[in-house]
Design a protein around this ligand. Sequence first.
Ligand code: SAH
Length: 263
Amino acid sequence: MQRPRFPAQMPEARNRTSPAKPISNGKPTAARVGSRAASTMPGAGPQSLGLDSPALRQRMLHRLTAQGVSDPHVQAAMADVQRHLFVDTALVNQAYEDTSLPIGFGQTISKPNVVARMLELLRQGAAGRLGRVLEIGTGCGYQAAVLSHLATEVYSIERIRGLHDRARENLRSLRLPNVHLLFGDGMLGFAKGAPYAAIIAAAGGESVPQAWVEQLAMGGRIVAPMSAGGAKQALVVIDKTPQGVQHSVLEPVQFVPLKSGLA
Ligand code: SAH
């Protein structure tokens, strides 16, 4: 596969936004995060306030384990990523609490235990890393960073330009060459990266878009919140098997809405 380049924009998005940024050869669609990494290491700045201490993440991990998160790969990934680097300065002291937090533009970062639960479901207890994974709803980029430890490649789509830019900024110093940020409408998936071993959505719609099922590899899994009638949402797992597509509805959840188009 051709190595993606800047700027991070999907072809569909290019067609709908004007003026489009110039692209050197007309082909690139995804940004490779970290390729222009800043020289500073995460947590080294004056705002770090000791929040980069591994002890804080270990405490979060103990809580997650007590809540039933048992997949060692997910545990290790959650223990590795510094969540405070992704939240607003005014809220960093809550970064390792089990709480969802606002990330601007009316959106929120999910609770750590919801992130861990979904990633566990996504992995299905796999022995090693998943292959290519598509994430719908980059938000601040936190979950994409956790996913970077669990998948060979992560394609993450965001429809709000300001958040897409913020995620790129947040992820830059982490130097994660396998994370590709895309600006576009995730309801269309990202056909160029398909087939995906797994697809995870951080925003809930009325139904799971057909494009996601089409772009999922055989044997792959989608984990997404979905409206279960009215304002209620539930976590849904969709498995693509040779016998057909199987849906399971799990526990109630609360996610921001999946919206079409760009903002
Ligand atoms: N995983 C994120 C959570 C972000 S909240 C994190 O770790 O921060 C969900 C995000 O989904 C929001 O940023 C919202 O803008 C985005 N979203 C909603 N509908 C979308 C769509 N159709 N395509 C792409 N992103 C979408």
